[in-house]
Design a protein around this ligand. Sequence first.
Ligand code: SF4
Length: 222
Amino acid sequence: MGRYKVVEKFVSINGEARCAGELACFIRFAGCNLNCAYCDTRWANEKNAPYEILSEEEIYGYIKETNVRNVTLTGGEPLLQDNIKRLITLLSKDKSLRIEIETNGAVDLKDYRDIGDNVTFTIDYKLPGSGMEAAMCLDNFENIRSIDTVKFVASDYEDLLKTKEIVDRYELDKKSMVYISACFGKIKNEDIVKFMIDNNMNMVRLQLQIHKYIWSPDKKGV
Ligand code: SF4
């Protein structure tokens, strides 16, 4: 039986990616192997962050109680939890669930290639503005599935240039969904749109992190 460190579990709307605007059941795990300049969940990564220890059956039970179909496993970095594949496998057997795993791009996903198609990955590419670009596992982009998503959070023009370079190099716009979103307060959405127009980025989507427009940007549990 796996034992997972859960710092938050709640139902809200999905603020990002393919299911943005739909209800989702969030399970947020403690700990991260990165330290991004703009991290908005740093509290969950602290050594003394309060967490509860839950088994996979308890997590699955909570999800079913909520009656919500979309499940988001997030963090921190959820894939760092011991035995996390066991939890993902259990959830994937319930075909009524749609499971999204938000991963930071610094974990090799090769162990998850056999996972079912009701499990999708939203993979960050940490741009220079994050300070964490050197940790990116680029092999993930060689084997990305069409149902997966790559997310770029841009802080400035240099980040936008790097986004285009990575999208082009790995043909991510042809292989998967690609989103660019603004690092909140650092770059204007209209500047991202202008960059997309100027660079003919047809298959790339601007993403607004809608939970930050509904609630205060630093509000927890939403
Ligand atoms: S990967 Fe996510 S949780 Fe980890 S430091 Fe970066 S923004 Fe924070």
